[in-house]
Design a protein around this ligand. Structure first.
Ligand code: FE2
Length: 450
């Protein structure tokens, strides 16, 4: 299978095609795809003998009895059932990939926190070995909460495969291109894209252009879905057709390989004599996908004031309580600012949610200084934050002409649960210990009414 470009390709006369070769459009569709003709059975899931002599296997991402709207499963037609990919496991150490609960890992006091982009760790780093967890929230054992991490990659996972039993993975590259070769197909992503790998789906990661680095959210709870739009209506924000799920692709490889599994915060490894990526065709709606963040259609204020940042939610993982997310994935993309007589940046606030922010490229409007691409900020539950002194001074005095924020892409992993720092984050040399000073110059204001 050829490598797939991740951008819409010009065809004839410079016209761009929305069709992305190698992918199927739609969010949560009931997909059907086969790498060889006739792999999928007609009219049933589990024939007595599947085509090509393959095994039929169901992969369920929800209880069998979950309501139809949240019932997740796919049928995989493969060379070996997954029991052949899971031999005797032995514990293996991946000390930098932490899981909740991860409390009392450091003695840093509470506070608003920010880090410059950390240097890549030394040594050989596959996608799995290169994960550096920054925060954890909730409890992986009760499937609530999440972790937020950075990843660093300088080599491909040639014969190493992995799956995460603890949660789905949302990957936001900041530099370098990667291919996630999953059981259900190949996904290429680079900066400006995200991909989501469901819980339990085996994969390896190949470096296309690197070294690569980025951000990773491990969602322990219910899987990400699209937020309801409410009065916005049937369009804008993230549109379902812009989500791309890969067509079937497989490896027919019988050489020594290793499978690593993350299970309840621990890692286990087994030796297998073949690639587990042996799915020749599949159908269903439990599948990985990618999304080009430039296709997000932002909705905002067209007269005055600044809406709540939730208006920029791309994906939300519900907690079970209405309107309360286990994790929200929110972006701050290019957009016009046109609000009249308004303070246009995000306002000062305190929030019950806990906000892990990253910057893919450019400059974030509320923090023009000190928040660099590849960096992180953390504004935890009920810790006040908002524009820094320079952003306030500019936004409160500038002439309010229509203005376009360009070449900028920030994002947030926001959760209802407090995010606890790992030791790695607390001891990181790029921790900006003077970050809170960015508000120090905000002087007392109490004068005559303007
Ligand atoms: Fe905030």
């Amino acid at each position: 299978m050829q490598l797939i470009s991740s951008h819409a390709q010009p065809i004839g006369n410079g016209v761009k095609s929305a069709i992305l070769p190698g992918y199927m459009p739609g969010f949560g569709n009931d997909f059907e795809t086969e790498a060889l003709p006739g792999v999928l059975p007609c009219g049933q899931n589990s024939p007595q003998r599947a085509a090509y002599g393959l095994y039929a296997e169901q992969l369920s991402g929800s209880p069998f009895t979950a309501p139809r709207t949240v019932n997740e499963r796919s049928w995989l037609y493969r060379m070996r059932p997954s029991v052949r990919h899971a031999a005797r496991f032995a514990p293996v150490s991946l000390p930098w990939w932490r899981s909740a609960p991860c409390l009392d890992d450091h003695d840093l006091p509470i506070g608003q926190l920010r880090w410059g982009p950390p240097p890549a760790p030394e040594g050989d780093l596959t996608f799995v070995a290169g994960v550096r967890t920054m925060t954890t929230a909730g409890d992986v054992n009760t499937q609530t909460g999440m972790s937020a991490a950075l990843y660093f990659v300088n080599q491909s996972m040639a014969d190493d495969y992995f799956y995460d039993a603890d949660g789905e993975l949302l990957v936001a590259p900041q530099a370098g291109k990667l291919v996630f070769f999953t059981e259900l197909g190949r996904i290429e992503v680079g900066p400006g894209h995200v991909c989501v790998i469901p819980r339990g789906v085996k994969f390896k990661v190949e470096l296309v252009e690197g070294p690569a680095r980025g951000y990773l959210c491990e969602n322990y709870g219910a899987k990400f879905t699209l937020p309801n739009r409410g009065p916005i209506g049937a369009n804008c924000l993230a549109n379902p057709r812009d989500f791309k799920t890969p067509i079937a692709a497989f490896e027919d490889k019988e050489t020594p390989c290793r499978l690593t599994v993350k299970w309840c915060g621990k890692f286990y490894q087994c030796e297998i004599g073949h690639s587990p990526l042996d799915v020749v065709g599949w159908h269903g709606h439990y599948a990985p996908y990618k999304y080009d963040l430039s296709t997000f259609s932002p909705v905002g204020s067209v007269l005055f004031d600044h809406p709540d940042p939730s208006i920029f939610t791309v994906l939300t993982a519900p907690s079970g309580e209405d309107g309360v997310a286990n994790v929200d994935f929110v972006i701050f993309p290019e957009r016009w600012q046109v609000a009249e007589h308004s303070f246009r940046p995000p306002w000062y606030h305190m929030n019950v949610m806990s906000e892990f922010m990253g910057l893919i490229y450019g400059q974030y409007d509320a923090k023009p200084d000190g928040f660099a691409p590849g960096g992180v900020s953390l504004h935890n539950c009920m810790l006040p934050h908002g524009p820094d002194l320079n952003a306030f001074a500019k936004a409160s005095t500038e002439e309010l002409k229509p203005h376009k924020l360009v070449d900028t892409l920030a994002f947030m992993f926001e959760t209802r649960l407090p995010q606890h720092l790992t030791r790695y984050a607390a001891q990181l040399e790029t921790l900006q210990r003077d970050y809170a000073d960015c508000w120090r110059g905000l002087e007392r204001k109490y004068g005559s009414r303007p």
